[in-house]
Design a protein around this ligand. Structure first.
Ligand SMILES: NC(=O)c1ccc[n+]([C@@H]2O[C@H](COP(=O)([O-])OP(=O)(O)OC[C@H]3O[C@@H](n4cnc5c(N)ncnc54)[C@H](OP(=O)(O)O)[C@@H]3O)[C@@H](O)[C@H]2O)c1
Length: 311
């Protein structure tokens, strides 16, 4: 009996010693003595305190969720939207986490063919604006006209069959979802290049990849930003700038309220393996993940509960 116990102990010791040289065992031992692992590099999490972020569409829905999260993390957040009252309301509810933090809001209609001019004059006004202490009273109180992070979330949807679309609607969708984000990026990228750090994130859509009846122009605009972002990532990666797209599925916001509250909702839910519609936080969490990564660029990340999967 004693002999059996001894031999079992020996066996256990042998197994244990092998375990440290097996793949699993090596990982275990290297984690506990990190100096052994030549590949592992300890990295401080990126601090966003004091970084300047611009979030278009930051007055509501997905854009607001992202703006809130960035403010929570210490960024100076500027939101851009078209309705001044809604913009100011959103600005007033962004958290302030440290003394020097400043938020601001800008008003422009990105659907207009005049949008580039509006953008230029807003950026010029930011350059000449001195910051005020009262974020509530200022319509453009961001401390800087140069941004470290740009999130393009402003967007409009479409619900018209292609044969019923008209040139005005087409131009408006393409301007808001594709042309204005490209122009804005063009006007804001130089300071990022100079500071050798930047994050550019476009909010795309599952419709760009999957298609949907009644959303031909919308789908084209959303896939357009994927093409733009992918090429941009190759041009600016060497400057420490990443460019990515986050493509939501059905997410609960004003944009989808009429669908989510309709009888159609249950039919859509059947196609979503996770079994629920997305929350704004599902998207903002993904955006924060991208912002924290130095090595993730040129991607189109789908956040849709499994409605559409891409290899
Ligand atoms: N919700 C979804 O299920 C879903 C799914 C896939 C992709 N997306 C995309 O996610 C982004 C955000 O959508 P959301 O659901 O949050 O929409 P939302 O609740 O309707 O909010 C849209 C935002 O964009 C702004 N905006 C719209 N048109 C604009 C214009 N012409 N000029 C300037 N700002 C404008 C709005 O500003 P105002 O408040 O001033 O109107 C608002 O801040 C969009 O790009 C959308 O295509 C959404």
């Amino acid at each position: 009996m004693t002999c059996l116990i001894k031999s079992n102990t020996t066996l256990l010791k042998r197994i244990a010693s092998r375990a440290t040289t097996s793949v699993f065992g090596q990982y275990q031992s290297n984690y506990s003595t990190s100096t052994n692992n030549v590949y592992y590099k300890q990295q401080e999490p990126i601090s966003l305190v004091g970084k300047n972020a611009l979030v278009t569409g930051g007055s509501r829905g997905i854009g607001y969720g992202i703006a809130h999260e960035l403010a929570e993390r210490g960024c100076n957040v500027t939101i851009l939207s078209r309705d001044e009252t809604r913009g100011k309301e959103a600005l007033g509810s962004l958290p302030l986490t440290h003394q020097n933090q400043r938020h601001g809001n800008l008003v422009a209609d990105l659907s207009s063919s005049n949008a580039p001019k509006q953008i230029d004059s807003l950026l010029a006004s930011l350059k000449s604006t001195t910051t005020t202490d009262d974020q509530q009273d200022s319509s453009s109180s961001s401390s800087s006209s140069s941004f470290d992070i740009i999130v393009h979330a402003a967007g409009i949807a479409q619900s018209s069959l292609f044969m019923r679309t008209n040139p005005e609607e087409t131009t408006s969708i393409i301007n808001t979802n594709l042309v204005s984000p490209i122009y804005l990026t063009r006007q804001l990228i130089k300071p990022m290049v100079q500071s050798k750090w930047g994050r550019i994130i476009f909010i795309g859509s599952v419709v760009g990849s999957m298609g949907n009846k009644g959303q031909t122009i919308y789908g084209a605009s959303k896939m357009g930003v994927v093409g733009f972002s992918t090429s941009l990532s190759k041009e600016v990666g060497s400057f420490g700038i990443t460019s990515n797209v986050v493509s939501p599925g059905y997410t609960e916001t004003d944009m989808t309220a009429s669908i989510i509250q309709s009888p159609l909702a249950s039919k859509i839910l059947e196609k979503i393996p996770i079994g629920r519609f997305g929350h704004v936080n599902d998207i903002s969490k993904t955006v924060m993940f991208i912002i924290e990564s130095d090595y993730l660029t040129g991607q189109n990340i789908h956040v849709n509960g499994g409605l559409f999967t891409s290899p």
